[in-house]
Write a protein that binds this ligand. Structure first.
Ligand SMILES: *Cc1c(COP(=O)(O)O)cnc(C)c1O
Length: 394
């Protein structure tokens, strides 16, 4: 077979399976209204949990930041590290209650960079089966032995801990990206303590939206009452609640010094554009001084669950801004998403391999930028779309 035929055949197979993915082109970032194919949709699909992606002050700060230069022009260790990056790292350290932080260009790179720098041949990485792909990929690339435990199952984690050798890194998502449930971090930290394992928590969906009284933006580990020593490696992204792009690892000064030396995706890539750093810094400042955004979001989560529960929709036990409805089949979920789009709503349809086979779902995400009325309208559209798809199935 020629190169072309090979690709063609694989793509055709992907279509047959209902797994073919298409890029949707939007006219602007949803905030939360989105322009798609000339029509206006209310987006319940972004990770912009606090509505900061389209905040005028953030955009203005990012525009001013572009005055520092369109690009960083080199890696951070050469000449791509500016004062604005330093200020952003300091703000992240302050918000997470850590000594220091290091910015990466993306969360995918931060996870790969941290895991590969911390463990290698002879060591063990243990992670939850539902961890984000970047952690799974990082473990494979590290050369360490890679073990997984059943989702949030502490007996399964303990079994893997007792099989591990070398330095042991336990890595989990604090909030699972496709399910919205929180990891049982207090139990995980206790087991890590008992086995001398290092705990790394990915706060992609916790940073900015949950935390403790003292550190209300720090994420799910702070919300679970864990001290910095219990979670020595805290990873978070700037593309979710911060509404921008990039990511960080926060921890002790020594960890940050170590990653600066050994995290290859930090060392061998061009620095974060200064404008992005400026926009992120502005977003974090708003996050810090406007707790009402988090409060409104928490209120909407409760509101959505009450109303959806009353309609007998298949809710999960998520308490976060991620509220999936598990549909099952790939084609059924695509039909539902299309029905919602016809009715003016943009909702993510998530299929394998992103989620396990048979658990295709609508991934509804809530934002502080939504209103109760928009949630009511979404639920109405969902009920209608479900009724349509039942008719089609018959
Ligand atoms: C989005 C996400 C990442 C990747 O972050 P990017 O900055 O988008 O590359 C990593 N971990 C989790 C849990 C995520 O949801």
């Amino acid at each position: 077979m020629t190169f072309r035929e090979t690709l063609h055949q694989r793509l055709a197979r992907r279509r047959e399976l209902g797994l073919y993915r298409e890029v949707k082109t939007l006219a602007a970032a949803p905030g939360p209204r989105a322009q798609v194919d000339g029509g206006e949709l209310v987006a319940f699909s972004s990770n912009d949990y606090l509505g900061l992606a389209t905040h005028p002050q953030v955009i203005a700060a990012q525009q001013r930041g572009a005055g520092l230069g369109a690009g960083a022009t080199a890696s951070h260790l050469v000449n791509g590290h500016l004062q604005i990056h330093e200020q952003l790292q300091d703000k992240i350290a302050e918000l997470t209650g850590r000594e220091a932080a290091l910015v990466f260009s993306s969360g995918y790179m931060a996870n790969i960079g941290a895991v590969c720098a911390l463990v290698g041949r002879g060591d063990t990485v243990i992670q939850d089966k539902l961890n984000h792909a970047s952690l799974i990929d990082g473990a494979q690339l590290s050369g360490a032995r890679s073990l997984r435990f059943a989702h949030s199952d502490m007996e399964s984690l303990e079994r893997q801990l007792s099989r591990a050798d070398g330095n042991i890194l336990v890595a989990v998502d604090g909030v699972y990206s496709m399910d919205g449930d929180c990891a049982p971090l207090a139990d995980i930290a206790r087991l890590c303590g008992a086995h001398g394992a290092w705990l790394m928590v990915d706060e992609a969906h916790g940073f900015g939206v949950m935390g403790s009284e003292g550190f209300p933006c720090a994420g799910s580990a702070a919300a679970a009452g864990l001290a910095p020593e219990q979670v020595p490696i805290l990873m978070g992204t700037l593309g979710k609640a911060a509404g921008n792009a990039g990511a960080f690892v926060a921890g002790s000064r020594e960890l940050i010094d170590y990653l600066t030396q050994f995290a290859r995706p930090y060392i061998y890539t061009t620095g974060m554009p200064p404008a992005v750093a400026a926009g992120c810094l502005a977003a974090l400042e708003i996050m810090q001084r406007e707790p009402q955004r988090r409060e409104h979001l928490a209120h909407l989560v409760g509101y959505f669950r009450d109303r959806a529960g009353a309609l007998d929709l298949p809710l999960t036990d998520s308490r976060s801004a991620i509220q999936p409805l598990i549909i099952g089949g790939e084609k059924a979920v695509m039909a539902l998403a299309a029905g919602l789009q016809q009715r003016g709503f943009l909702v993510g349809a998530i299929r394998p391999p992103t989620v396990p086979a048979g658990t295709a779902r609508l991934r509804i995400t809530l934002s502080a930028a939504h209103s109760e009325a928009e949630i009511d309208a979404l639920l109405q559209a969902l009920v209608e779309s479900l009724a349509d798809s039942v008719v089609v199935a018959e």
